[in-house]
Design a protein around this ligand. Structure first.
Ligand code: 9Z3
Length: 345
């Protein structure tokens, strides 16, 4: 079995040894139905992943490792994709932010603060605080329109294992869309996990001094995702999160070189709300083998294009996701082979 003294998990050995989450089959039946309807109605589909994954330390889980992410990037991006005419499969960490309701998050903007009691002589009514009406009406109108159009399909995960199984199954379903499918991987995914076979059944007991846990590396699933699950046709965008700004570009380039997908969006933890960098291939036709056959490391680095996107942090009405999605919609339109004028929402 993989572990400290055994080889790391490949995607194949991971799925052969780690159990699928309960409910996977039902989730996928829902996705199949959604993909079928959206295809019939001629929409492109984007899979948006959002929120952090957990790594439980016990089978009867009391403690777990978590990855930072409130789900803001994913939920906000999903709204802009919907606005651009995409159908969205929103795969998110349970209880993380969701499109539309994110505007009224319980901690930053509790919805009860938007309501007032109108006391009449015989009865009481609820009404929305007048100063909040316009904003609420706008969000509500978009939310209802999306519900009526049936263009948003939501799936939830909690653990990194749920995430990996769902991602593989949803990608395989979406691969029938060929180039019309986009994959926008904004979830914060753990690099480490504890294989089921090494987990303690019950709560780990204290009293024996410090706790030593050795975790295995989560297999690099982007490679099979690019090459097998999506049939090499999907437009795949991954995010690279760093806290050391100087690592952002080299790590994003390394990811692109390693997996051969279309775009890596680099973001620094503390600057992510107002600055991101797009790393992509200079020539969209460049393939991994073309680049790999170029043995000169310097010209290898020349294979990438770097483009920064920034917004004014002092303007609270701007959301960087609006610009990110506008740029991706343009690039995806080219990828699909449609005229660029088709990118306008
Ligand atoms: C991101 O980098 C997201 O933009 C954030 C969004 C998690 C920073 P919030 O939800 O934060 O708005 O609070 N996501 C990808 C993070 C990640 O796990 N990337 C892996 C890596 O950096 C590669 S897939 O190694």
């Amino acid at each position: 079995m993989p572990g400290s003294s055994s080889p790391p998990f490949s995607a194949e050995s991971y799925f052969a040894t780690q159990p699928p989450p309960p409910g996977l089959e039902q989730d996928i039946a829902g996705v199949k139905e959604f993909v079928k309807r959206q295809t019939e109605e001629g929409r492109k589909i984007v899979l948006v992943t959002s929120g952090g994954t957990t790594v439980p330390l016990e089978l009867n889980v009391v403690r777990f490792l978590d990855n930072f992410s409130a789900g803001t990037r994913g939920a906000t991006s999903a709204e802009y994709f919907l606005k651009a005419g995409y159908a969205v499969i929103f795969m998110h960490r349970q209880f993380s932010l969701q499109p539309f309701s994110r505007h009224y998050s319980h901690s930053t903007n509790p919805f009860l603060d938007f309501l007032e009691i109108d006391r009449g002589p015989t009865s009481q009514e609820i009404c929305v605080t007048p100063s909040k009406r316009e904003d609420l009406l706008q969000v509500l109108a978009l939310y209802k329109a999306v519900q009526a159009a049936g263009t948003l399909h939501t799936l939830t995960f909690v653990t990194v294992n749920d995430y990996l199984w769902l991602l593989r199954a949803v990608s395989q379903e979406l691969s029938t869309m060929k180039r019309k499918a986009m994959y926008y991987l904004a979830a914060a995914v753990s690099d480490f996990f504890l294989p089921r076979q090494k987990m303690s059944e019950h709560k780990i007991q204290s009293g024996k001094g410090s706790l030593h846990i050795e975790m295995d590396q989560v297999p690099k699933i982007l490679k099979p995702m690019v090459e097998d699950w999506t049939g090499k046709d999907g437009y795949i965008v991954s995010f690279k999160l760093e806290t050391d700004q100087s690592l952002l570009i080299p790590k994003a380039q390394a990811a692109l070189r390693r997996y051969g997908h279309q775009v890596v969006i680099g973001n620094d933890l503390n600057r992510r709300k107002f600055e991101v960098v797009f790393i992509s291939w200079k020539s969209p036709k460049a393939t991994i083998s073309e680049v790999d056959s170029n043995l000169n490391p310097e010209s290898r680095e020349n294979s990438f294009e770097e483009s920064w996107l920034r917004i004014d942090i002092t303007d609270s009405n701007q959301e960087i996701e609006e610009n990110i999605i506008a740029e991706l919609v343009k690039r995806h339109t080219v990828w699909v082979g449609e005229p660029e004028s088709a990118a306008a929402p």
